[in-house]
Design a protein around this ligand. Sequence first.
Ligand SMILES: [Zn+2]
Ligand SMILES: [Zn+2]
Length: 128
Amino acid sequence: MSEAESNHLNTFNQSNFAENSEFEDKSISCIDCEKDFIWTAGEQKFYSDKGLQNSPKRCKECKHAKNERISSIADAKASGVKQKIEVAVYCANCKGYTTVPFYPSQGRPVYCRSCFLEMNPNLVNNEK
Ligand SMILES: [Zn+2]
Ligand SMILES: [Zn+2]
């Protein structure tokens, strides 16, 4: 669930909880921490309104932790921080040993940083 959705869920619980009669609070055991948590009537109504078939599997803490993990992976992908890899190669130009931050595709020559920049001088200013 996205942050926007869970925010919406919180708002929903506050405003509409009292009007629900067909749902009752349910106790569910969390698949991550195995503690029981309450799936409130308001949340059940929300799920049913959204046409969601599955009951939640995680307590709020674990759901939050899971969202954190997912968003930190997404952040890392966006910023490239966690994706930093080093592959040892020999430069196709100067034959020097170097490492590149990507997996070279087969059959394509790989160049060391200085040879690469020599061949692509216009990239120098675009580097982040
Ligand atoms: Zn949990
Ligand atoms: Zn080179």
